[in-house]
Design a protein around this ligand. Structure first.
Ligand SMILES: *Cc1c(COP(=O)(O)O)cnc(C)c1O
Length: 386
């Protein structure tokens, strides 16, 4: 389906709302019926009906159609956060005694989900280095139910061979799920590569303005409906109509924003790589990135999130550098209009810091929509202090 059609027309039924170009926010919790027969039909299939907004809502339906089409998926489900999409999916697909293979160091709350939450239900997880395909084969147990990917990772940028892992999982009857927040469907299409379920934090690039949290899950209609009918309706993670409307607005400019962030990141990472105070830049599309060939093979573009390591990488120097930035904000999240920095040391106590552990030294940066030179000037003055 044509990208412009999806973003500008698909799912929009303007004749039903005064030919308004911008769709209405249907701020209603419930929907009325003419007869009990009509009500009965809606109650029998809440997945396909506007009955109550913890389930479906017309503003969300427009968004749901667009997001499914962007992924090339049969259907989509919207959540009030990205982690909601991931957690609810896991609770829906796993049962006590099941086993998960997950890539190591996923998004922090995903890691906590496996380690602290699912473990309470006797669900075990093996974390593997997903860069080496044989690790997937070696980790499979008779009770392995899900292989969970995050490609690229959003701190180390490790990528997995998505097609190969998906084909392998299919041959063993294992469900595959990927966190595709980094690329969005514009830069990576996991369903076309054989993945069953795709989760995204729509808080990031899809929202794009740092004003809401949201999540999206795409997959086959049967799998999405199964998740909706039970865990989604029971746990209640529905997105609000107003947030859905903001995501619709975000989608209109997604290609522009994503390409701008990508292009500016090329400029800033190239500049940083050649700076005398910088030891290394980690970004999947950098020529010296370990897995850049695989990244180029399966990604049509690259997100604006990368990490780097200073040459003098003491705890104090990293902190000084970050504190010195005048325009680039110190904050978590990414994917908005504003450039951000967050160093690994923000979650490490000084006495636990190790200069030989690459992970400890990483400074993560996100490149937003500012002029690249404006960001380079800010980095220049901050790097001068270290
Ligand atoms: C932010 C993020 C999430 C979680 O999304 P929320 O919308 O914050 O719940 C999951 N995965 C990745 C890669 C993220 O960056």
């Amino acid at each position: 389906m044509d990208l412009s059609f999806i973003l500008n027309e698909l799912g929009e039924d303007r004749e039903n709302y005064f030919n308004a170009v911008s769709p209405p926010i249907v701020q209603s919790s419930n929907f009325a019926f003419k007869t009990i027969t009509d009500l009965r039909l809606a109650m029998a299939d809440e997945f396909g009906a506007n009955l109550y907004s913890r389930g479906q809502n017309p503003t969300l339906t427009i968004l749901r159609k667009k997001l499914a089409a962007l992924d090339g998926a049969e259907d989509a489900l919207l959540f009030n956060s990205g982690i909601g999409a991931i957690s609810v999916s896991m609770l829906a697909l796993l049962k006590a005694g099941d086993h998960v293979i997950a890539v190591k160091d996923p998004y922090s709350w995903t890691e906590k989900l496996f380690n602290d939450f699912l473990s309470k239900f006797n669900i075990t997880t093996t974390f593997i280095d997903g860069a080496d395909f044989s690790n997937f084969e070696n980790a499979v147990l008779p009770q392995t139910r899900i292989i969970y990917l995050e490609s690229p990772n959003t701190f180390t940028y490790q990528v997995q061979d998505i097609k190969k892992v998906a084909a392998f999982a299919k041959s063993r009857g294992i469900i595959t799920m990927i966190d595709n927040s980094y690329c969005t469907p514009l830069f990576q299409k996991p369903i076309k590569m054989g993945i069953d379920l795709v989760a995204q934090s729509a808080t990031k690039y899809i929202g794009g303005h740092s004003d809401i949290t949201a999540g999206v899950l795409t997959g086959s209609r049967a799998m999405i409906k199964k998740i909706f009918d039970h865990e989604f309706m029971n746990l209640g993670p529905a997105l609000s109509p107003h947030s859905a409307w903001l995501l619709l607005r975000g989608l209109r400019t997604l290609p522009l924003r994503l390409h701008r962030s990508f292009e500016s990141t090329k400029i800033v990472t190239a500049w940083l790589s050649s700076h005398k105070a910088v030891q290394r830049v980690l970004w999947p599309f950098s020529a010296d990135f370990d897995q850049t060939e695989l990244a180029h093979e399966q990604m049509q573009g690259c997100g604006g999130l990368f990490s780097f390591i200073l040459k003098d990488s003491s705890f104090a120097k990293i902190e000084t550098f970050c504190n010195q930035l005048q325009h680039i904000l110190i904050a978590v999240s990414w994917g908005g209009h504003e450039s951000l920095v967050v160093p690994a040391i923000a979650s490490i106590a000084e006495q636990d810091y190790s200069v030989v552990d690459d992970h400890h030294q990483l400074i993560r940066m996100y490149i937003g929509l500012e002029e690249p030179q404006y960001l380079i000037d800010d980095l220049t003055q901050a790097l001068a202090k270290v």
